[in-house]
Design a protein around this ligand. Structure first.
Ligand code: GAP
Length: 450
């Protein structure tokens, strides 16, 4: 994990938020490469679950919602974690993270651990702590104006259920998808970007006929897993975890987590929940609006059940970095310079790499080569996310690109000036081939999309 954190900082993937002020716990900024990577992951999600399906539509709801939403959804009452306090130094911890096992209910924490701050073993009983961040709508800071930053994106898909269904003339089964910022005032943090206080959730609320929910749940577990495998995560690093009754969220009849084998152990990457008709029923009750669906075939109305595949984008990004990170001792190349060093290759799937093509002039002290390399850069830029690099030896520049996962590096050399062709080097195989500049865009497209 230390190596991943160091790579992320060194190469501009992820920085600690407000670092010049000493940083803030559990808040991370995505740098130039990290934000490109994140966008590419989001785009893949969008392509697979919205663009390639004819039964799912996208919405973009607000982070702040009517305060009653959180009463109806049960988050005000139930969106809590058990919190214990060290009686000696008053540090606070999540009871279920300190005790053995995945879940310890209120007041039942058997805290065997020592306080990591002061070593004391004397803790208070666990109390439930609500994870939602409070804020106020407008200039009056009283209880009637108080609302919360959303802890999940799901709720606006429920509150907009009727409008989306009617405006898009959707028939059940259908999905509403949303991706966006979510906030949780987590008690325990750590493990880099795994558990943060601000993150992007990508989730789908898939509305189905009651009675067909269990079938659709299984379909989504398979579909969700395939998405992660399709992005290149290794099968052996993924597994399913079925939640026991006592650890189910208040809205869920059944939940399966897709876990990833992170360096700190198997942990939740994503989930699939059967939310039943809980949310739509609650919002009908609290808003007084009918949120049932009229089935044209049976001429009957019902409140649909909901299957929810959910995912934290940053967790997936972290899993992809971990999965793709490879160290090659002694180097991959045979040059003496490289052989002395440990080389890092980030084997990210080419669909999501931040940079698709690197453009390298063989040397930088030959103006005609540099000019030609910049011309090639101009040709490729409108088609691919490119990086132009002329600093350091060619071997070192290949290694710099390998380390950030760039699938292809183009070298402009003396032969280019004579034959108008360039050298393409592939990250994974290190194989090199010559390609005419006029064919470069088409060939790279084929390689990147094929
Ligand atoms: N709407 C359902 C829901 O929000 P969740 O399991 O609480 O379910 C969804 O969260 C996903 O968000 C998780 O599977 C995880 O990937 C991610 N996630 C949850 N808490 C997180 C945190 N504090 N930091 C980063 N990602 C988080």
């Amino acid at each position: 994990m230390e190596k991943i954190i160091s790579l992320c900082k060194r190469r501009g993937f992820i920085f600690q938020s407000s670092e010049i002020y000493g940083g803030v716990e559990a808040l991370w900024d995505y740098g130039p490469l990290g934000s490109l990577l994140k966008n590419n992951i989001k785009e893949e999600w969008l392509k697979r679950f919205v663009q390639n399906r004819d039964d799912t539509v996208l919405i973009d709801g607000t982070i702040l919602m009517h305060p009653d939403v959180w009463k109806a959804s049960g988050h005000l009452k139930h969106f809590t974690d058990p919190l214990v306090e060290c009686k000696n130094c008053h540090s606070r911890f999540r009871a279920d993270h300190m005790a053995d096992g995945r879940f310890v209910g209120e007041g039942k924490a058997k805290v065997k651990n020592q306080c990591p701050q002061c070593g004391s073993e004397d803790f208070t009983e666990a109390k439930q702590f609500n994870l939602m961040f409070k804020t106020f709508l407008g200039p009056v800071e009283d209880e009637t104006h108080q609302t919360y930053l959303r802890p999940e994106t799901a709720q606006s898909m429920f509150t907009n259920f009727k409008q989306v269904q009617e405006s898009m003339r959707l028939k059940i089964p259908f999905g509403i998808a949303q991706m966006g910022r979510s906030f949780r005032n987590e008690i325990t943090t750590g493990n880099f970007t795994f558990r943060t206080r601000e993150f992007d959730i990508a989730e789908i609320e898939y509305f189905v006929k009651p009675g067909e929910d269990e079938k659709w749940f299984d379909v989504w577990v398979e579909g969700w897993e395939k998405f992660f495998l399709g992005l290149g995560l290794k099968k052996e690093n993924l597994r399913r975890y079925e939640h026991k009754k006592e650890s189910l969220a208040h809205y869920s009849k059944r939940t399966i987590d897709i876990e990833y084998k992170f360096p700190f152990g198997w942990s939740e990457l994503a989930g699939i929940a059967n939310r039943t008709d809980f949310d739509l029923s609650q919002h009908s009750k609290f808003s007084g609006k009918d949120l049932s669906y009229f089935d044209e075939e049976s001429k009957k109305s019902y409140i649909p059940y909901v299957i929810e595949p959910t995912l934290g984008i940053e967790r997936l990004l972290l899993a992809l970095l971990v999965d793709g990170y490879e160290e090659v001792k002694g180097g991959r190349t045979t040059t003496t310079e490289a052989a002395k060093e440990m080389e890092v290759v980030l084997r990210l799937d080419k669909k999501i790499t931040p940079i698709k093509v690197a453009i390298l002039s063989l040397v930088r002290n030959k103006p005609e080569l540099v000019k030609k390399a910049k011309e090639v850069y101009e040709i490729l830029k409108p088609h691919f996310m490119c990086q132009y690099d002329e600093l350091g030896s060619i071997g070192r520049r290949y290694r710099r690109q390998d380390e950030i996962g760039t699938p292809f590096a183009i070298t402009i050399d003396f032969e280019t000036l004579e034959k108008d062709d360039v050298n393409i080097r592939a990250r994974d195989t290190m194989k090199q081939e010559r390609v005419k500049i006029k064919d470069l865009v088409a060939i790279l497209k084929e390689k990147l999309e094929g």
